[in-house]
Design a protein around this ligand. Structure first.
Ligand SMILES: CC(C)(COP(=O)(O)OP(=O)(O)OC[C@H]1O[C@@H](n2cnc3c(N)ncnc32)[C@H](O)[C@@H]1OP(=O)(O)O)[C@@H](O)C(=O)NCCC(=O)NCCS
Length: 365
């Protein structure tokens, strides 16, 4: 028996490669790092769904399709109004997504359904946020805007800076797909029963909600908060290491070398130097942390993990902490739906065995 199915290969996929030893993350034959630095959320999502980057014409058509899918129907608005305010946002998203199944054919899942859900998630998150805080959803946000820009515009009510958009875009590209993680596996299991795509995504959202998976990088936020300015990085971090504490955002269990997602986000943040104080603080803190970790933990090869830069990007984008996991969800939905579509192509229902360790009846059968 392999607890947690660790190391078990449960699916063949052409979608992505995650190699923790070499520090490789590949989406459909392209380095995810390059996609995050040079391409948009739209282009990367298109690549995952279609297997190739879009031509300019294909991209324009795809962006139109996304723009059309962004509006909330009156039925969805009513549903969101009816959900009690204390219901966690992830459960609210789950309810809204599964309600969309409506009369759509359940099987096979369709790419249009995947695009529709991906287009809608930022609007759902922002609508709910404004609904609960009693503020109006920005009518100024243009549904033609790029995905990351549109999301930030809807949330804050004003257009985001270029630095914020580029940083969030890079994060969303890197968070889009990561092999057969718990939520993606959940989506594939549901799809394997020939259930609909909406139910598969609903299950994935449920898995993503758990702190072991989609948990917010709040430890990193606290660390950066306690540092405040770059000149305080060394004394604060040194004191932590002297006390035997761990520096949040450093070290990784799978990546035994540099986490390619952290590398890519660093590159984007470096390109935005001077564009945002949070990104500058993150970059300066990282340099100091790596140096001090090498001094206090020689030979451990401790590098920056994705949580570190995810926190910096979220902070720079003025994203409230409670929206970290929903934002991760708005990106990962591309990976989930791509896996559901792939599962449907060569489907076989998942049916592992369990090892019975309970008692047997006292009498013979
Ligand atoms: C992520 C993490 C659990 C991976 O742990 P791991 O690969 O199993 O490594 P271990 O926990 O066995 O630690 C190995 C050594 O490095 C040290 N170490 C690991 N990460 C460290 C960190 N972030 N800060 C300081 N020391 C660290 C450990 O104290 C240990 O030192 P020791 O051998 O002197 O006792 C660990 O690096 C960590 O706790 N990081 C901080 C939390 C974090 O950023 N989480 C988000 C992950 S995406």
């Amino acid at each position: 028996m392999v607890k947690g199915l660790e190391g078990i290969i449960a699916a063949e996929t052409q979608i992505s490669l995650v190699d923790g030893t070499k520090g490789h993350l590949v989406y459909r034959g392209q380095w995810a790092k390059d996609l995050a630095v040079r391409h948009t959320f739209e282009e990367s999502a298109y690549l995952l769904w279609h297997g190739a980057l879009p031509t300019p014409l294909q991209l324009a058509e795809f962006k139109n399709e996304l723009a059309r899918g962004r509006r909330l129907t009156p039925e969805l608005r009513s549903l969101l109004e009816a959900i009690p305010p204390h219901t966690p946002l992830m459960n609210t998203l789950q309810a809204a997504v599964t309600a969309l199944a409506g009369n759509a054919p359940a099987w096979p899942p369709a790419l249009e359904q995947a695009v529709q859900l991906t287009a809608l998630l930022p609007t759902l998150i922002a609508y709910r946020r404004h609904q609960l805080s009693g503020t109006p959803l920005s009518e100024g946000a243009d549904t033609e805007e790029d995905h990351a820009a549109y999301y930030l515009h809807l949330l804050s009510g004003h257009p985001a800076s270029e630095a914020q958009v580029r940083a969030l875009n890079a994060y969303m590209v890197l968070a889009m797909e990561h092999g057969l993680n718990a939520s993606t596996f959940a989506a594939r299991v549901v799809a394997s029963t020939e259930s609909d795509l909406y139910s598969a995504v609903g299950a994935a959202i449920g898995a993503m909600k758990g702190p072991l998976h989609g948990g917010a990088p709040s430890g990193v936020i606290r660390l950066l908060d306690s540092i405040g300015t770059a000149d305080r990085a060394e004394p604060v971090l040194r004191a932590m290491l002297e006390r035997g504490e761990r520096l949040m955002g450093f070290g990784h269990r799978v990546y035994k070398t540099r986490d390619p997602r952290a590398e890519a986000l660093r590159e984007v943040c470096a390109g935005l130097a001077g564009g945002d104080p949070w990104l500058d603080l993150a970059r300066d803190t990282e340099e100091t942390a790596i140096r001090l970790l090498a001094e206090y933990k020689p030979g451990r090869a401790l590098y920056t993990n994705v949580e570190f830069y995810a926190a910096a990007v979220m902070r720079a984008a003025a994203m409230p902490t409670e929206l970290f996991t929903p934002t991760f969800t708005a990106a990962r939905i591309v990976g989930w739906t791509t896996h559901v579509l792939e599962q449907a192509q060569h489907n076989r229902i998942y049916r592992p065995q369990s090892l019975y360790t309970g008692n047997m009846p006292a009498s013979d059968a």
